[in-house]
Design a protein around this ligand. Structure first.
Ligand SMILES: NC(=O)C1=CN([C@@H]2O[C@H](COP(=O)(O)OP(=O)(O)OC[C@H]3O[C@@H](n4cnc5c(N)ncnc54)[C@H](O)[C@@H]3O)[C@@H](O)[C@H]2O)C=CC1
Ligand SMILES: O=C(O)C(=O)COP(=O)(O)O
Length: 524
């Protein structure tokens, strides 16, 4: 397998990848060049410079994973990747401290005008009046986005005796000590803060979170720090707010367009700027390079990854328990679509027992993967299964109950089609002994492996013998045989596991036995 690295990352990660894969580092590629290159690769690793567009993703032929050596994935068309079943992973922890420290450096640069003073001195001046600063002690620092970086910024700002307020709609006050950080509404934050720093991702929701209206609500003399993403601040509105004196200064590490060629903000004395250096420390670059390399390897080996962006993440301990159920769910789907026809409009996954308290969404994806892969031409995997199903107007529902009936854990895949509904249920015995234990209302005990002949028939003497002799005459060896029935001599289901592939002619011969209503050959 081949890996393309299209932005500069630390050698440490590259060395890990090279132990197992062919790695090519090609930086500075245009979109056109990347469209041509991507066809040959199983994995792509980027930082923020490469824009992984839909065109690039659509040109990929065997791409399985896109790795982001850093946090923000706004440069990757994640929904195009999901659609195509390509996993996106990032490395969100390795550069937290670097970004937080850079933010503090920017805060102090801004309050003490260090870059301007340094440039003046180097230009031959000795100006001690022109660079009067302000202290940060006792000032209100408003943090927008209290995630990994926002929290580290808060800790450090606290040691400067700043008063910290924060806005993050996804965090509640119980998660932070009120003495350290007071969570407030957005309007309160922007109107009360002396310094505002942003630590949110760029998404359609956060685009221009600070614009003309917000700058009008701010305290006169507020200072703004953006070490998160260009595009979360409306740069024109910021420019005007600096000119009209509302904003005393801004420290910007990121820009709407990078590099920020012709950006008027860079002409202003009140602006301190760095070229997207938040994550640029030796330590952070080693961390993210190793983290992304390890996750890309896991993805290429089909193992569970640590930092999936477009799939549910499962911790290794949880994965040990879940993985046999993931395999079973896929088999339930594969089984169902081979023994029933009809246009599917709803899929219900029913979870009973302890399994109901786990990340069931991955099990639902696995069942859909099994079900849809038999029906569709396009490859369906755990990344795109739910998206593909929804695109086909298949309603997906999950029903959970902690009730334990006959089995410790039971998964039932119930499928609703234009020809009626049907279900198949399974469980796992011991560590990884997967079984199908229910087909519609029939109880059964079937190992979902190999080739299975599934026969709906009337239960009466001689049926098993007749089926067995046709198979015997054709040199087909029966490995196991099961009958599920509601009552003696009523409707029943017979499941035969056979060692050989059974051709159409033999299946037709069996189907003609009197009392057999339906017959399907299922291959796992
Ligand atoms: N300048 C640089 O080199 C770097 C920039 N970054 C940027 O910093 C961002 C934050 O990184 P982390 O703290 O690691 O991410 P994170 O995911 O730990 O934190 C983001 C926080 O933003 C919050 N949030 C989301 N939408 C919000 C909204 N509308 N209003 C307020 N809060 C909102 C989330 O609840 C979360 O707590 C990244 O997305 C990336 O764009 C990250 C690393 C380096
Ligand atoms: O991790 C992030 O989100 C960053 O912005 C760092 O970007 P970079 O990898 O330095 O291009």
């Amino acid at each position: 397998m081949r890996i393309l690295i299209s932005d500069r990352i630390s050698d440490k990660g590259i060395k890990i990848l090279e132990k197992e894969f062919q790695v090519d580092v090609k930086t500075g590629l245009t979109e056109e060049e990347l469209i041509n290159e991507i066809k040959h690769y199983d994995a792509l690793i980027v930082r923020s410079s490469t824009k992984v567009t839909k065109k690039i993703i659509d040109s990929a032929q065997k791409l399985k994973v896109i790795g982001r050596a850093g946090v923000g994935v706004d440069n990757i068309d994640v929904s195009a990747a999901t659609q195509k079943g390509i996993l996106v992973v990032n490395a969100p922890e390795g550069n937290t401290i670097a970004a937080a420290e850079h933010t503090l450096a920017m805060l102090l640069s801004l309050s003490r005008k260090i870059p301007q003073a340094s440039a003046s001195l180097k230009a031959g001046n000795w100006d001690r009046k022109g660079f009067m600063g302000v202290e940060v002690k006792g000032k209100i620092l408003g943090i927008i986005g209290l995630g990994r970086i926002g929290k580290e910024v808060a800790k450090r700002a606290k040691s400067f005796q700043m008063n910290i307020i924060a806005y993050d709609p996804y965090i509640s006050q119980e998660n932070v000590f009120k003495e350290d950080i007071e969570l407030v509404e957005f309007e309160t934050l922007i109107s009360k803060s002396d310094f505002i720093t942003l630590h949110i991702p760029l998404t359609p929701d956060t685009k221009y979170i600070l614009g003309e209206k917000e700058f009008k609500m701010m305290k006169k003399g507020v200072r703004i720090i953006n070490c998160a993403r260009g595009g979360i601040i409306d740069e024109n509105a910021l420019y005007n707010a600096i000119l009209d004196g509302t904003v005393a200064g801004a420290a910007l590490d990121v820009f709407e367009t990078e590099p920020p060629v012709g950006n008027r903000l860079l002409e202003l004395d009140q602006v301190v700027a760095t070229p997207h250096l938040g994550a640029s420390t030796e330590e952070a670059q080693i961390n993210v390079s190793i983290d992304v390399a390890e996750d890309v390897i896991r993805a290429l080996r089909n193992e569970t990854v640590k930092n999936a962006v477009n799939m549910v993440t499962v911790k290794p301990e949880e994965w040990n328990f879940l993985s046999p159920y993931v395999m079973l769910s896929e088999k339930l789907g594969r089984f169902y679509s081979q023994f029933r026809n009809g246009r599917v409009h709803k899929v219900e996954m029913i979870f009973k027992g302890k399994i109901a308290d786990t990340k069931t969404s991955i099990l639902t994806s696995a069942a859909l993967k099994g079900l849809l892969n038999v029906i569709l031409q396009e490859p369906v995997n755990l990344v795109n299964a739910q998206v593909v199903a929804k695109e086909r107007n298949i309603k997906i529902i999950e029903t959970k109950s902690s009730d334990v009936e006959d089995y410790g854990n039971l998964l039932i895949l119930k499928v609703y089609t234009d020809k009626g509904e049907g279900e198949v249920g399974g469980t796992v015995f011991g560590n990884n002994d997967q079984r199908i234990v229910q087909i519609d209302e029939y109880k059964i005990d079937l190992i979902p492996e190999g080739n299975i002949i599934l026969i709906s028939h009337t239960d009466k003497p001689g049926m098993i013998g007749k089926v067995g002799s046709i198979l015997g005459n054709n040199d087909i060896n029966i490995a196991t045989m099961q009958v599920g029935r509601k009552k003696p001599r009523g409707e029943a289901v017979m499941a035969l596991t056979v060692d050989e592939y059974v051709n159409e002619k033999i299946l037709r011969e069996i189907a003609e036995i009197e009392g057999i209503e339906d017959l399907k050959f299922v291959v796992f």
